[in-house]
Design a protein around this ligand. Structure first.
Ligand code: UD1
Ligand code: MG
Length: 454
């Protein structure tokens, strides 16, 4: 049975105090709504419809950037969750199968939970609602259950005291045959405390038609929704805790797990060691046996087997480190391939470059890649030796086994095996320093005597 996702995201999100639509705020570097979409991946959805408010159309572009194919339905006025789901009807016209209603601001629903909902559908339920036992039921809608039959959902504002005492709450997630769901929603009115068209009226309407409505219960943590910056921080913390636990389970050593920060797509191989205070931005792969030393920041890069990075290293997008590479303290690598066994150990910037295997880059070396308008490449061969404080003015090529003298400004290609010397020639003047210092000290003494007398 094909599944079609309807992701509700038209709410204003005013409590975020943000110019950015709420669902574009990120957890682990991934927008909230993309987390929600991906939570449903095990259902292999055929269609994904995003219900957004006025002006929210550009969210589709963001979805595309993350490789998600979504149709956007605009709900001009927020008349309630039931109305929001109906807004998606045109996008699903002629499509057979189940509609799965998710919230764009609820990132942690587990795939297994949605599979349990599908199992309930397969076992004969016409409508399946996801509920949870709330520690503090607050103002959530309450599930009115009779055994495993869901008789109704009552919104807090419309509930009796007896109903408010129920602790089983509505997560908002619903699964039903799409045609049936839209048909039931046609019968929903806004005759309630909030004057809204409630999606939550659907189970009772289904029961009135003699259909089967059931609830599936999940852990409350899965239903965490983001409404404020504090919620966003709590969601980030929950996400990081999960990523750390997964890394440890996968055989990664984290010396101080609570100080390491992951992105949604961080991949770290077995037996890698991550020291304290390391941040992984998006798009990082670290291979087995590599060691990321303390206070390093990595994004969009690949670290080969057995490589050592940091402490205090910065790997920016396009940094490709081969096996056994060493990148040391205060080194920045951007858009550069570093060949197997090469070393860049101290205080260097290597950008738009390729460095051959076993080459050594001396302390303070800089690839001068930017002329103010264009970026240029630096190519260094294998087993080369770049002296400390070499400025490589790109575009420039240094051949295999070539050397540059310390302090050189390299503006021309260096042939393989050559030594390039490009700095002022040293001249020593015997005794000059002693004489000069003598003169200067005498001048200072004369000045002080004059001040004292004056
Ligand atoms: C809703 C449920 C409630 C449940 C709670 C769980 C209804 C009537 N109530 O209440 O039973 O316990 O969620 O968090 O469904 N949205 C739209 N368009 C609208 C209204 C809402 O897209 O016109 C979207 C919002 O962006 C949000 C979601 O639907 O993602 C839920 O809306 P919200 O206003 O938070 O509903 P609650 O009152 O919290
Ligand atoms: Mg809500």
């Amino acid at each position: 049975m094909p599944a079609h996702l309807i992701l509700l995201a038209a709410g204003q999100g005013t409590r975020m105090q943000s110019d950015l639509p709420k669902i574009l705020h990120e957890v682990g570097g991934l927008p909230l709504f993309v987390h929600a979409l991906r939570s449903a991946a095990p259902l292999e959805p055929d269609t994904q419809v995003l219900v957004v408010g006025h002006g929210g159309e550009h969210v589709a572009k963001v979805a595309e950037d993350f490789g998600e194919d979504v149709a956007v339905a605009v709900q001009e006025e927020q008349l309630g969750t039931g109305h929001a789901v109906l807004t998606a009807r045109d996008a699903l016209s002629g499509k057979a199968g189940d509609a799965v209603v998710l919230y764009g601001d609820t990132p942690f629903i587990r795939g297994e939970t949605l599979e349990r909902m599908r199992a309930a559908r397969n076992e004969g339920a016409d409508i399946v609602v996801l509920g949870f036992e709330a520690a503090d039921p607050g103002r959530y809608g309450r599930l009115v259950l009779d055994g495993d039959t869901l008789n109704a959902i009552v919104e807090w504002k419309d509930a009796s005291n007896e109903q408010r005492a129920i602790r089983t709450c509505n997560s908002g997630i619903v699964m039903a045959d799409a045609t049936l769901l839209f048909d039931l929603l046609n019968d929903v009115t806004n005759d309630n405390a909030q004057g809204e068209y409630y999606l939550t009226d659907v189970p009772a309407l289904a029961r009135a038609r003699g259909l089967v409505a059931r609830a599936v219960i999940c852990d409350e943590a899965e239903t965490l929704g983001v409404n404020s910056r504090a919620d966003l921080a709590a969601a980030e913390a929950a996400f990081q805790a999960r990523m750390r636990a997964e890394a440890l389970d996968a055989g990664v050593t984290l010396t101080a797990p609570d100080t390491v920060f992951f992105s949604h797509d961080t991949v770290i191989g077995r037996d890698a060691l991550i020291e304290p205070n390391v941040v992984f931005g998006p798009g990082v792969t670290v291979e087995t046996g590599a060691r990321i030393r303390a206070f390093s920041h990595l994004e969009g890069c690949h670290v080969g087997r057995g490589a050592i990075v940091g402490p205090y290293a910065r790997l920016r997008p396009g940094a490709e480190l081969g096996n056994d590479v060493h990148i040391g303290n205060f080194v920045e690598i951007k858009n550069a391939g570093i060949g197997e066994g090469a070393k860049v150990n101290h205080l260097s910037y290597v950008g738009d470059a390729s460095i051959g295997e076993k080459t050594n880059i001396g302390a303070g070396t800089i690839t001068c890649n930017y002329d103010g308008v264009f970026k240029h490449r630096t190519t260094i061969g294998a087993r080369a030796f770049i002296g400390s404080d070499t400025m490589l003015v790109a575009p420039v090529t240094v051949g295999d086994e070539a050397m540059t003298a310390c302090g050189s400004v390299i503006t021309q290609d260096v042939p393989a095996g050559a030594l390039a010397l490009a700095r002022g020639k040293q001249e020593n003047k015997p005794g000059f320093a002693t004489r000069l210092m003598g003169r200067l000290r005498a001048a200072k003494a004369a000045q002080q005597t004059k001040q004292y007398k004056g």
